[in-house]
Design a protein around this ligand. Sequence first.
Ligand code: MLT
Length: 259
Amino acid sequence: MRLAFSDEGPGPVVVLLHGFPIGRMMWKDQFSAIGAMYRVIAPDLLGHGDSPAPDGQYSIDGMADDVIELLDTLGLAEPVVVGGLSMGGYVALSIIARYPERVRALMLMDTRATSDTPEAAAKRGELAEAVARAGNPGPAIEVMLPRFFSKSTEEYRPDLVVGMRKMMERNSARGVVGTLHALATRPDRTELLGSIRVPTLVLVGEHDAITPPEDSMAMADAIPGARLEVIPAAGHLAPYENPTVSNGVILRFLEELEP
Ligand code: MLT
């Protein structure tokens, strides 16, 4: 699978994986701040942004395979820092579970290790049907967007909400439907957490309503030596909503990795 991607900056590689149903441009503030010192590689995952959106049912493991294929294509065989937000975090966990030798450090942002409950998976199925019927991502946007942001972002940064809607509207019904299947069928990775042996940053917006801080606390408790950072004035999209604090936290974590 040939993914569209951005590749910006010098230095050690940091891979950033976006959430659903967004795209790599959610990392725009990370390209500038982190990309000043690190090589930030951010793909559009399968079904998103400028990447192919074939018909059919996707899987989180398949998305992880695509990311590894991209790194191979770029000649990056050495371990890299892998960070992901929400769905991107599910993909990051799949990478460390299945390609541990490719991961130098992990950043889990506004995400969780658990799988969908049967009720949540059934709702994804209904949403996929609604998106297929509409022929556009609208129904998914109307479900996701109102839950993404903190109250302060909605009040003081409506431009971020508008920008996010535009990013979401760029995705196709096919891509959204395929991805909903991937989300609904993702494996539970809770058991994996205790075996993670790379430095790990767990970052979460204090008002995250989709993957609440308790999920992050549980992950950070289970991963040996993991660091938990709660980002103020942010909901589910902490690095996008509060890039100043998030980038500071990420840069400190990355600096500590260097010899
Ligand atoms: C995301 O932001 O990627 C989604 O909220 C993930 C999910 O719905 O599980």
